[in-house]
Design a binder for this molecule. Structure first.
Ligand code: 5GP
Ligand code: MN
Length: 328
């Protein structure tokens, strides 16, 4: 995409926001740091513009991200459905409408949707699609949008954007860490964002449950393709034994991916008797977005995910075979 085309997408998004009100802001199910950061970043931008809005996620936003909310309420759709529909939707960090989950039930039949994202697999499901596949995070696109609209950046907005950049680049380490990412981060630091505090909070700190889960999970480490593929699994029993929840599994896949010689690391998360969520990570040699897409999921070349209706052992067989084929 040329810089002119991107500028036009930014202007179209800016018009949609300026000319409307009463927005529903939604990110994907089981939000990560970029999804949560983007949701709250949009909220702080809309507040700056004097717009009304409602933030809704299918489930709870993990407690560790709630420092970004301050006094802004977030609706948990499953426990507290809003009982009304919305005509102006802003979806952030969602590659396809499935990722929005049940919050789609809040869309009015004539709803207009602005899709803001950075996934190469984004299917352009919005009426407006502000999608930049070479952005490291959705918050990077929101930074550009804020600048294009001339919105004053509050300290809360700065913190949300920094948080999304930090988490989606794995602490400014992944290949997505472009000069532009570092320039934005530097800009935010110079405006007073406490980068070390956010790194400690978002990347260093582990809950007791996370460590306990890690203890269980590491015993499942297995290899295929001469050590080029490694995987871990988490059963529902493991979760129970560690008193852990979904958010405690974040980052686990890296223990498979980071083993010397491994090109693709996988994490298989048992969700039910015949339901497994898979996280895929690649050193870059294998495009795991393609592997995930072949199971109805998606993501990025080096980080992707999908859900498979099978037992844990069948899901392992199917995905490992697909990865082996992609390596051949
Ligand atoms: P994770 O493994 O951390 O859940 O997800 C890694 C990447 O893959 C993220 O960029 C996420 O947005 C994407 N992803 C994970 N699960 C799915 C899925 O079911 N569908 C799609 N399209 N993308 C997914
Ligand atoms: Mn993201």
């Amino acid at each position: 995409m040329s810089s002119n085309e991107y500028a036009e997408l930014l202007q179209a998004a800016a018009r949609f926001i300026r000319e409307n009100d009463d927005f529903l802001v939604v990110s994907h199910v089981q939000p990560d740091g970029d999804a949560a950061g983007s949701t709250f970043a949009v909220a702080w931008m809309l507040r700056e513009l004097g717009k009304t809005f409602t933030l809704i996620n299918e489930g709870p936003i993990p407690a560790k991200f709630m420092y970004m909310a301050e006094d802004i309420p977030v609706v948990n759709y499953e426990s507290n459905p809003p009982g009304r529909q919305f005509r102006r939707i802003i979806a952030v960090d969602c590659a396809d409408p499935e990722r929005i989950g049940r919050v789609r039930e809040c869309f009015a039949p004539d709803a207009e949707l602005l899709n803001i994202d950075h996934h190469a697999t984004n299917d352009g499901f919005g009426h407006w699609n502000l999608v930049k596949a070479d952005a490291a995070a959705t918050v990077e696109v929101l930074y550009d949008l804020g600048e294009a609209m001339g919105i004053p950046f509050s300290q809360q907005l700065n913190v949300c954007i920094y948080s999304g950049l930090l988490t989606d680049t794995g602490g400014f380490r992944y290949s997505s860490t472009s000069p532009k990412v570092m320039r934005i981060a530097a800009d935010l630091l110079s405006r007073g964002v406490q980068g070390h505090e956010l790194a400690e909070r978002l990347l260093e700190t582990m809950t007791r449950q996370q460590v306990s889960l890690l203890k269980h999970c590491l015993s499942s480490l297995s290899f295929a393709a001469d050590g080029r593929i490694a995987w871990l699994s988490v059963t529902l029993d493991d979760l129970k034994a560690a008193s852990a929840g979904n958010e405690d599994m974040e980052g686990l896949v890296n223990y498979a991916r980071n083993v010397e010689g491994v090109e693709v690391g996988l994490l298989f998360k048992e969700k039910g008797p015949e339901l497994v969520k898979v996280s895929l990570r690649s050193s870059g040699a294998v495009n795991v977005a393609e592997v995930a897409a072949s199971f109805g999921g998606g993501g990025h070349v080096r980080a992707a995910g999908c859900t498979i209706a099978a037992s844990l052992s069948d899901a392992v067989d199917q995905v490992v075979k697909k990865v082996e084929a992609a390596m051949a």
